[in-house]
Structures are given as C-alpha cells and as structure tokens.
Design a protein around this ligand. Structure first.
Ligand code: ATP
Ligand code: LTN
Length: 331
C-alpha cells in the first residue's frame, strides 16, 4: 500500500489567482505531487463568508478549478475537488467547532482584517471560517499544508484543535505542519509593497493576475512602486525592489547576487521590464492550457465529479472515526 504522507491545501474561488497565490502556494502544490499523496480543493464554502454574486461564484469556481489544472495539478496523481461537493467538510466543521475555543478564533488576524473590510456583514461564518479549514485539513490526515505566510496562524489553530481532540479521545487526527517557503511565501503588492498581493485588492495595478495578457503584466511591472534610488540591490527597507528581485529569482532560478550582478549599472526601468517579460513568458503556457480547458466543459465536469468521489471516500472514513470517538450513534 502507498504510505506516502498526505498533503492538503485549498484556495478560494474569489477571483483570478494572482502571482502571489501562484508563487506562494500553487507552485508548491504542483511540485509536491510526486512525493506525497496530495489532496487539493477549491474551497467555495469559505468564499461565501463574504457576499458573492451567485453567477460569478459559479463561474469563478469553474475557472479556479481549470486554472489549477492549467498550472499543473494532475488529476491522475492528486485528488482535486470542489469543497461543497463533499458534505463531510461541513459536518466535520460542526464537530471540530466544539473543540475550538471562542477566544482563539477571536484572535485570528484574517477575521479582524475581513471584519474591518466588510463591517456591514460580520457573519458567524466569517468567525468560524478557520474551523472549516481545520476540518478540510484533518479529514485527510494531512501532515503538511502548503500555504503562504498569511495562513500560518490558521495552521497553528488546526494543530491546537487536533492536539486537543487527540488528548481527550486518543490518537484520531494527524497533527498538521505548515509548509511555507522562505522565498515567495509572501509576494507583496506592486503599489503598496508593505502589503501582501491580494486578488481582492480594489486596485488591479497592485496585483498580477496569472491570466493578465503579457502587455498588461509588463505595464503593471513598469508602474510598480519602488523608491527614489537607482541600484538594483536587495536592501532592508526597500520593499518594492526587494519584492521584484524575489519574483525575478523565483521565475529564473537566479540568486539575489546573480540578479544584482546582471543589472549592475542599469536602472530600475530595465529591471522592471525584464521582470515583466520573465513573468509573462513563464505564464504563457499556463494561459494557453487554461483557455483550452475552459473550452472542454465535459472534461472539467468529469474531473471534479471523480475528485469529489475520491475525496468523499477518504474523508468519510476519518469522520466516522471521529463520530465514534465522540459518542455519536452509528448511522
Ligand atoms: P483574498 O484576496 O480573496 O483574501 P488571497 O489572494 O489572499 O484571497 P487565498 O485564496 O486566500 O488568496 O489564498 C490561497 C493561497 O495563496 C493561500 O495559501 C495563501 O497563503 C496564498 N497567498 C495568498 N496571497 C499570497 C501572497 N501575496 N504571497 C504568497 N502567498 C499568497
Ligand atoms: N483559508 C485559506 C484557504 C483554505 C485552506 C484550507 C488552505 C481553506 N481551507 C485548507 C489550506 C488548507 C486562505 O484563506 N488562503
């Protein structure tokens, strides 16, 4: 039997993925597929914590699914499914919510940020959002969770809940660890480089969408906020240039020193153009594959149906185990 450790991760269908999502998370999802049993999900239930237009949510969910395939998630190697297609997640979230303290949930910075940004709709789902994430992870007994830096706190919470449950009932869940890369774990906004790049940013110039046409990407990089200096050098406090050097390194495989040497004596203008071109060239095959897949709805549907069946089979075994431990009568 295949005894490789399990990986789980999820992404919300709240818009087209940014270069931040790609570098911080999806690139790792693809890389890890050969060495782990990977389970990945488009977490549509998480995205309804913010009000969504029904038609757009449906489209975004399909697009997110196709884009993950286009980025290289292979449905033959990994399980790729839509969260709401698998009912065990919502059920496990109820149970695990009863083992997650109210006080810990109130300390989550994502909750504080999102309640501030959507003060007209601070619903209970926004507050219990991390519990659904805990359910996602624990149901598959995932030992590693590839995410960006912003998710570290949610991962810590998942560990606490798993440890608490195991402490009461004996070994039930695997205690997960975050998998966050040092470089690229936090790609910054192109307009406010002290803030993370986010797909829900109101300023499109602040982020690179992986589906932006090449000339749009290049334009966005050209207008990226840097500083009044001219040297392409990685220095503390120069968030804008540092971010571009990080992106360039992730795409080309070059170290900071190699990039600094390559652009010695050249200004920011040349450098920004080179970063833009490198990113655009890198994402071209992803874009081509995405548009091909979006024309093949039957294939996409077959894929997410199969993904949901596999995910249900795995997650219902874990859920049954937890139900039994808690004392719920066998159904
Ligand atoms: P939203 O703007 O809707 O809150 P988001 O862009 O933050 O969304 P998510 O769907 O919440 O994206 O996150 C998907 C994955 O991408 C997570 O693992 C998250 O940590 C990672 N991620 C998001 N933004 C960045 C970033 N700027 N740099 C690196 N990783 C990121
Ligand atoms: N909360 C995450 C998305 C997410 C997730 C997960 C990530 C939902 N369920 C399980 C890893 C594992 C976010 O906001 N990026």
């Amino acid at each position: 039997m295949d005894r490789k450790p399990v990986i789980f991760s999820g992404i919300q269908p709240t818009g087209t993925f940014t270069l931040g999502n790609y570098m911080g998370a999806i690139k790792n999802w693809v890389k890890l597929q050969d060495d782990y049993r990977c389970v990945y999900s488009v977490v549509d239930l998480h995205s309804v914590t913010i009000r969504q237009e029904p038609k757009i949510l449906r489209e975004n969910t399909m697009r997110a699914y196709a884009l993950l395939l286009a980025c290289g998630v292979d449905p033959e190697k990994s399980v790729l499914f839509v969260q709401s297609h698998v009912p065990t997640h919502a059920e496990a979230a109820w149970l695990l919510g009863c083992y997650t303290p109210y006080g810990e949930l109130g300390r989550m910075t994502q909750f504080k940020d999102k309640s501030a940004a959507h003060s007209e709709n601070i619903n209970a789902g926004l507050f219990t959002y991390p519990v659904l994430q805990i359910a996602d992870i624990l149901l598959y007994n995932a030992s590693l969770v590839p995410v960006g830096e912003d998710q570290r706190q949610h991962l810590e919470l998942s560990r606490n809940t798993a440890i608490r449950f195991n402490g009461i009932y004996g070994d039930t869940f695997v205690v997960p660890e975050p998998y966050i890369q040092k470089e690229g774990g936090k790609i910054m906004s192109l307009q406010e480089p002290a803030k993370k790049m986010s797909k829900s940013d109101a300023t499109p110039k602040a982020y690179i969408s992986v589906l932006d046409p090449p000339d749009t990407m290049i334009k966005k990089f050209k207008s990226a906020v840097t500083d009044s200096g001219t040297d392409v050098a990685y220095r503390p406090g120069k968030d804008g240039v540092n971010n571009l050097i990080t992106i360039y390194g992730l795409i080309t495989g070059k170290t900071i020193e190699e990039t600094e040497a390559e652009f010695k004596g050249k200004g920011y203008g040349d450098f920004k153009l080179a970063v833009g071109e490198a990113v655009a060239n890198h994402l071209k095959p992803v874009q081509d594959e995405y548009y091909r897949l979006m024309d093949d709805r039957a294939y996409l549907e077959a894929c997410w149906k199969q993904g949901a069946e596999k995910a249900f089979a795995i997650s219902s075994r874990t859920l049954e185990k937890a139900r039994k431990k808690v004392g719920l009568l066998k159904r």
